[in-house]
Design a binder for this molecule. Structure first.
Ligand code: COA
Length: 326
């Protein structure tokens, strides 16, 4: 059996730290509220002149270095992002040009915070078609530039960062076992950015009304997220004939510690085996899972054969999951 296996990882977060104490000076909030409601203590924020592809390139170069591979060997670059450099061209094309991946076909996926699971799913299909292919998938976001810094309900949650993984085909049991993708567009109003697109093209009015920033019904989204994450995790386990106890690590989208604990409880998954770094980075949307995978990989936590359960949830609404044998 040929499987798409992750052969290297990389991640990058900008150096500038924004702490909860600093947010206390910007909006009516408190460190205690943010930590108890979300689990976040600090997040990373880019400087004004940095674009999403700049973060992605740093993550990409680290992944290439770990693989001992040149960028020219890549066949595909697929980036999950909700905060692209520009509407078009796609951020993957900027990354391709900046790292010199001349042969690679680049395109983006915009499916909310779930986008990284979509990129993995695409890589899996491309590699099953031709196992020799080398596919880089990324999650990269600059959420700080689409955040309303006066809205305490959202500005405390998000951060900037990027993660990348390289996959290729390999005979055997290691690699992606399955991915599972879902969406329910009727719930779009729970999380959206109304301005700038064809529905509300940029105008003085859209700027004045702050329509180019995230709008979120946090409390409603919370409940939908818990259920969706639990359901897709169970679906991924059932599909592979696995039980919670077979899984070595769950690497979930880092949206909110309470959401993740509640979802884990629904499928009887022990939180000790759930990898969390939300405390340090907040919600970096599509980038949370690849950053977490890279941290675990570089710290030696992931051992060959480990079973990893992925799950994510985001605007759309979208949700997805999967199982990897490391
Ligand atoms: N500091 C202090 N108080 C705040 C606050 C902040 N940063 N943000 C909101 N509040 C207030 C609200 O105004 C509300 O006050 P009220 O009761 O006087 O109206 C109160 O806190 C409770 O708000 P609520 O939204 O019910 O809190 P919550 O327990 O649902 O937690 C979130 C808020 C945003 C942390 C939580 O709903 C959440 O994480 N939702 C999902 C968000 C998410 O994951 N989005 C991305 C999906 S990928």
């Amino acid at each position: 059996m040929i499987r798409a296996r992750i052969i290297s990882t990389g991640s990058y977060v900008p150096p500038k730290v924004l702490t909860n104490a600093e947010l206390e000076k910007m909006v009516d909030t408190s460190n205690e509220w943010i930590v108890s409601r979300s689990g976040i203590r600090e997040r990373r924020i880019v400087e004004r002149d940095v674009a999403t592809s700049d973060l992605a390139v740093q993550a990409a170069l680290k992944a290439l270095e770990m693989a001992g591979m040149s960028a020219e060997e890549l066949d595909f670059i697929i980036t999950g992002t909700n905060s692209p450099d520009m509407f078009f061209p796609c951020t993957s094309c900027f990354i391709q040009s900046k790292i010199g991946a001349k042969k690679a076909a680049g395109f983006d996926i915009l499916a909310g915070c779930t986008s990284f699971i979509h990129t993995l799913s695409m890589a899996d299909k491309f590699i099953k078609e031709d196992p020799k292919r080398k596919v880089m998938v990324l999650g990269a976001e600059i959420m700080s530039k689409i955040t309303d810094w006066k809205d305490r309900g959202t500005c405390v949650l998000f951060g900037d960062g990027a993660g990348a993984v390289i996959l290729t085909g390999e005979e055997g049991e290691r690699g992606i076992l399955s991915t599972h993708l879902h969406s329910d567009g009727s719930l779009w109003e729970l999380l959206y950015m109304p301005g700038g697109g064809s529905a509300n093209p940029p105008s003085h009015e859209t700027i004045e009304k702050n329509l180019h920033c995230i709008k979120m019904a946090g409390n409603q989204l919370f409940k939908v997220a818990v259920r969706a994450l639990a359901e897709v995790s169970q679906e991924a386990l059932d599909f592979n004939g696995l039980k919670s106890e077979d899984i070595d690590y769950m690497i979930p989208h880092q949206a909110n510690t309470r959401i993740l604990e509640a979802a884990a409880k629904l499928i009887n998954f022990p939180t000790e085996r759930m990898y969390l770094n939300i405390e340090r980075f907040g919600n970096t949307s599509s980038a949370t899972i690849p950053i977490a995978i890279d941290e675990m990989n570089r710290s030696g936590k992931l051992k060959p054969g480990n079973l990893i359960l992925l799950c994510s949830f985001g605007t759309g609404v979208t949700w997805g999951g999967g199982v990897i044998r490391w």
